[in-house]
Write a protein that binds this ligand. Structure first.
Ligand code: FAD
Length: 480
C-alpha cells in the first residue's frame, strides 16, 4: 500500500492536463456557489474531464485517497446539490466539457449524448433531425442533460411527455472507485433484472457520475396553439385542464398556473414585459396544445386553423360556464414568445426580489384547489403583505409555492420564515403531497426528507448508498 500523502493537484494535472484543472479563485468561484448564491463551498480543484475514461480515472483516484467528489453540470440546480461543503477535501467534477452527441438514431427516435450537453443544444440537434426532444425548462440555455438526470428534472412539458426519467432509455454511469456501468441502450423494453438506471436518475450525484445517456425523441408538434386565460380560481384551472385535454385528444403540451402576484413581482424587475390581458387577473393559466399534423395549422374557410379552433372552442365553452373570465390566443410566434416570457422570467424576478421562501410541491389534481385555498388563508394569517406566488406546472400537479417579501422589503421577513416553511410542509402532508416535485433534495431539504419519509424508506436509501459508496465520498451531505 502507498501511504505517501498525494500531491492531489499534480496528480490531477498528470491525469487530465494543466488546463483541465482549475485552482485559482477567479476560475473556480462560479463553480463553488449555487445559482441563488445561497450555498458556498471549497475544493482542491475544479476538474473538467473530456471522456468517460478520464472520469473513471478520477473516481479511482478519489476512492484510493479518500477524497470527496461532487459532480456538477450547468450549476443551475435550486437545492445546493452541486455545491461542495466548506472542508475543501473535494474534487469538483464538472461535466461541461463532455458535450458530444455520440449518436442520433432517427429511425429509433433516440439519441445518445454525453452528460455535459446543454439542454438547448440537444433540442436543436433533435430538431435538425426533424424530431423533438421535449424536456424544457427556463434554464435550458445553461443546464446539462447530466444535471437534468441527476435531479430527474421536470419542467414545462411533463404533462404530456413525463419527467427526465420517462425520457431515458439508457445510461452510462461511473461508480466511486472507477467502475463503468454501460447501460446505454435504445431499447424500449428490457426486463433483464433490476432497472439500475432508475436508481441513478434523481440521485443527485450521490450514487455515481452519469457520463452519458440515451434519450427518447418524438415527432415535432408543428401545429401549436398558445393561450393565456384569467380563470375564476384554482379549481376552475383544474377543470379547464380536463376540458382542454378532452377536446384536444390529450394534446396539452404545457399548462401553467400564474397568480396575480407573479405578475406584480415580475413587473418590478421587468417593466417592459407585455401584459397578456387588459388587466392583471387574480388567477391565470398559460396553456399550449400541440399537434404533429401540419394540416392542423392550415387555415380553414373562416381563416382559422383547426388547432386554433380547438383552443377557441374550449375557451368559449369555459367562458360560458364561468370558468374563464378573459383570454387571449397567440396569433403569431412573436405573440407566443411574449406570453411565455411572462412565465419564464418568473424565477429570475424572484431572485431579484430579495427575500423569498421557496418551495416545489406536488399534489394530486383533486387536492390542488383545497391546498391552495388553505395555504392562502395560512399565509394571510402570518402576514397579509407577503406576495403569494404559488405558480407553475399545475398540469402535472406541481406548484412552486414561493412566498416573496412585501414590495419595498420587509426587515421582519427572516423571523417569519420558519413559520412559513412549517405552514407549507404541514399543508403538503395534510393533502398527501410531496415536498419536492422536481428540484430534488440537495442540501436544502435534507432535514425535511427524514421528516416526511418513514424510517423504513430512509434506511433502504441508506443501505443502497452504503452498498455503492461505502466510504461516503460521492457528494456527501446531499439527499440523505
Ligand atoms: C431559471 C431556472 C428555471 C428552472 N426551471 C426548472 C424547471 O422548470 N424544472 C426543473 O426540474 N428544474 C428547474 N430548474 C432547476 C435546474 O435547472 C434543474 O435542476 C436542472 O436539472 C439542473 O441541471 P444542471 O446541469 O444545472 O445541474 P447542476 O445544478 O449542476 O446539478 C444538479 C444536481 O445534479 C447532480 N449532477 C449534475 N451533473 C451530474 C452528473 N453528470 N451525474 C450525476 N449527478 C449530476 C449535482 O451533483 C447536483 O446534485 C430551473 C433553474 C433555473 C435557474
Amino acid at each position: 500500500m502507498d501511504d505517501r500523502k498525494p500531491n492531489i493537484i499534480d496528480d490531477l494535472i498528470a491525469m487530465l492536463g494543466e488546463k483541465a484543472v482549475l485552482r485559482k479563485a477567479d476560475d473556480t468561484k462560479s463553480y463553488l456557489s449555487d445559482w441563488h448564491n445561497r450555498f458556498h463551498g471549497a475544493a482542491h480543484a475544479v476538474v473538467l474531464p473530456v471522456s468517460t475514461a478520464q472520469v473513471s480515472e478520477i473516481m479511482a483516484y478519489a476512492k484510493k485517497h479518500n477524497i470527496v467528489v461532487v459532480p456538477q453540470g450547468g450549476n443551475t440546480g435550486f437545492m445546493g446539490g452541486a455545491t461542495p461543503d466548506k472542508s475543501g477535501n473535494t474534487i469538483l467534477l464538472s461535466l461541461r466539457r463532455m458535450n458530444k452527441v455520440r449518436d442520433c438514431d432517427a429511425k429509433n427516435m433516440s439519441m445518445t449524448v454525453e452528460a455535459g450537453c446543454i439542454l438547448q443544444n440537444l433540442q436543436d440537434v433533435a430538431e435538425n433531425e426533424g424530431l423533438y426532444f421535449p424536456l424544457n425548462l427556463a434554464a435550458k440555455g445553461s443546464c446539462t442533460i447530466g444535471g437534468n438526470l441527476g435531479t430527474n428534472a421536470g419542467g414545462l412539458n411533463v404533462v404530456r411527455y413525463g419527467t427526465a426519467r420517462a425520457l431515458t432509455l439508457g445510461l452510462e454511469v461511473v461508480l466511486m472507485g472507477g467502475e463503468i456501468l454501460d447501460m446505454l441502450s435504445g431499447l424500449r423494453k428490457d426486463n433483464t433484472g433490476y432497472d439500475l438506471k432508475d436508481l441513478f436518475i434523481g440521485s443527485e450525484g450521490t450514487l455515481g457520475i452519469i457520463t452519458a445517456a440515451t434519450m427518447r425523441l418524438f415527432p415535432i408538434p408543428v401545429s401549436v396553439s398558445t393561450a393565456f386565460a384569467e380563470v375564476r380560481d384554482v379549481d376552475a384551472a383544474v377543470e379547464l385542464l380536463q376540458k382542454v385535454q378532452a377536446a384536444s385528444g390529450g394534446m396539452v403540451e404545457a399548462f401553467e398556473l400564474i397568480p396575480a402576484d407573479i405578475m406584480h413581482v415580475l413587473f418590478e424587475s421587468f417593466p417592459d414585459i407585455q401584459l397578456p390581458l387588459a388587466k392583471i387577473g387574480d388567477m391565470n393559466v398559460l396553456m399550449e396544445i400541440g399537434s404533429t399534423n401540419p394540416a392542423d395549422n392550415e387555415p380553414d374557410g373562416n381563416g382559422s386553423a383547426p388547432i386554433q379552433n380547438i383552443m377557441e372552442s374550449v375557451l368559449a365553452n369555459a367562458f360560458e360556464e364561468g370558468l374563464v373570465i378573459d383570454a387571449t390566443i397567440a396569433n403569431s410566434d412573436a405573440q407566443r414568445d411574449a406570453l411565455w416570457e411572462v412565465r419564464e422570467s418568473a424565477p429570475e424576478s424572484h431572485k431579484r426580489a430579495g427575500k423569498v421562501v421557496r418551495s416545489d410541491v406536488a399534489l394530486t389534481q383533486s387536492a390542488l384547489a383545497p391546498f391552495y385555498a388553505d395555504m392562502v388563508a395560512g399565509i394571510k394569517a402570518i402576514d397579509s403583505n407577503i406576495r403569494i406566488c404559488g405558480y407553475g406546472h399545475i398540469g402535472d400537479g406541481n406548484l412552486h409555492f414561493n412566498l416573496v417579501q412585501a414590495a419595498g422589503g420587509d426587515p421582519e421577513f427572516d423571523a417569519k420564515t420558519p413559520k412559513l416553511l412549517e405552514l407549507i410542509y404541514s399543508k403538503v402532508t395534510k393533502y398527501g403531497g410531496s415536498i419536492s416535485a422536481e428540484h430534488g433534495i440537495g442540501q436544502a431539504k435534507r432535514d425535511q426528507l427524514v421528516e416526511v419519509k418513514s424510517p423504513a424508506i430512509i434506511n433502504t436509501m441508506k443501505a443502497i448508498k452504503a452498498a455503492l459508496d461505502p466510504k461516503n465520498l460521492m457528494n456527501p451531505g446531499k439527499v440523505i
